[in-house]
Design a protein around this ligand. Structure first.
Ligand code: FES
Length: 108
C-alpha cells in the first residue's frame, strides 16, 4: 500500500458500464461502479441492513439497494430516500493507464 493508501483493485477494462463489481480492500468490501465515463467506489454494505449494494442496479449515478430500494449517490454516498437514512462511505478513485486504484483510508 502506498503512503496515500491507494491500492490497485482491478484493470479498467474489467469494469463494464453500470455493472457493479465487488472487491475487498483489506477487510473493506467495496463496490466499484463504472458509469457516465467515471469510476466510483462505494462501500458495498447498505447503511440500512447488511445487504450487498453491488447486487443492485445502477442508474443516474446512483446505486439502488435491491432489498428495499434506497438509492445511494455514487459521488456522496447519500441516500436519496428511505428506508436508509445514513450515507454509505465513498472512497477516492484514481485511474492510471488501465489500472484502477482506490484508497479506503480516506473517505471522499
Ligand atoms: S437493506 Fe438496503 S434499503 Fe433496506
Amino acid at each position: 500500500m502506498s503512503e496515500s493508501g491507494f491500492v490497485r483493485v482491478c484493470s479498467l477494462s474489467e469494469l463494464e458500464d453500470d455493472t457493479p463489481k465487488r472487491v475487498e480492500i483489506g477487510s473493506v468490501p467495496v463496490s466499484l461502479v463504472r458509469t457516465e465515463g467515471e469510476v466510483f467506489a462505494i462501500n458495498d454494505i447498505c447503511s440500512h441492513a447488511n445487504v450487498s449494494l453491488s447486487e443492485g442496479e445502477v442508474e443516474d449515478c446512483a446505486i439502488e439497494c435491491w432489498l428495499h430500494g434506497s438509492r445511494f449517490d455514487l459521488r456522496t454516498g447519500k441516500p436519496s430516500g428511505p428506508p436508509a437514512v445514513r450515507p454509505v462511505p465513498v472512497y477516492p478513485v484514481k485511474i492510471e493507464g488501465d489500472e484502477v486504484l482506490v484508497s479506503v483510508t480516506q473517505e471522499s
